[in-house]
Design a protein around this ligand. Structure first.
Ligand code: GDP
Ligand code: MG
Length: 176
């Protein structure tokens, strides 16, 4: 085992518009900008997170674009990834279908599968806009050995918890 703080190559996957870049910006800068520009290709950010245990995890975050025309590039980002956050928008059925597609794609490379976390974002939206139930998402996560968390990049709800969840699993992987 190499020395130094644990590193985590984290890739964010999911339909365009679900809030991947907003989640990264909320975590790394503590802000939410409703007029943020659309990601082209992929954006890279380095971010160090200190856990309550004192362990610092160095994240190398690849925030992918999500548009279907970039889909063939995705393996460049998820191959060799330590963790993958598959993000959907809880108000968009289509984005949940896209998330299922990414889950299936990552499962196909089971031997070197990253830690997978399903993320339902935009929980701040009014309940009547909700299109994907927590139960449906939790079931997808359960049946694919993924973690599940619901977030709002807008209010910041659970965003730190998402990154801590990943960091904790990377710093101290559960016994296999
Ligand atoms: P990406 O394409 O997945 O990177 O999505 P963006 O981060 O660019 O966000 C797409 C749109 O959704 C933007 O207009 C954001 O302001 C908005 N958005 C992102 N996260 C949230 C959220 O948690 N709640 C709400 N209400 N809007 C969000
Ligand atoms: Mg983006």
């Amino acid at each position: 085992v190499a020395g130094g703080p644990p590193r985590c190559k984290l890739v964010l996957l999911g339909d365009s518009g679900v809030g991947k870049s907003a989640l990264v910006q909320r975590q790394c800068r503590g802000t939410f900008n409703p007029d943020m520009t659309v990601t082209v290709g992929a954006a890279f950010l380095a971010h160090t997170l200190s856990l309550p245990s004192g362990v610092a995890v160095k994240f190398e975050i690849w925030d992918t674009a999500g548009q279907e025309r970039y889909e063939s590039l995705a393996p460049l980002y998820y191959r060799g990834a330590t963790a993958a956050a598959i993000v959907f928008d809880v108000s968009s059925e289509k984005s949940f279908a896209r998330a299922q597609h990414w889950v299936a794609e990552l499962q196909r490379h089971a031997s070197q599968r990253p830690l997978m976390v399903l993320v339902g974002n935009k929980t701040d939206l009014p309940a009547e806009e909700r299109a994907v139930t927590r139960e449906a998402a939790a079931e997808l996560a359960d049946s694919n050995d993924m973690l599940y968390i619901e977030t709002s990049a807008k209010t910041g709800s659970n965003v730190a918890a998402l990154f801590e969840l990943i960091a904790e699993h990377i710093a101290a992987p559960p016994p296999t």
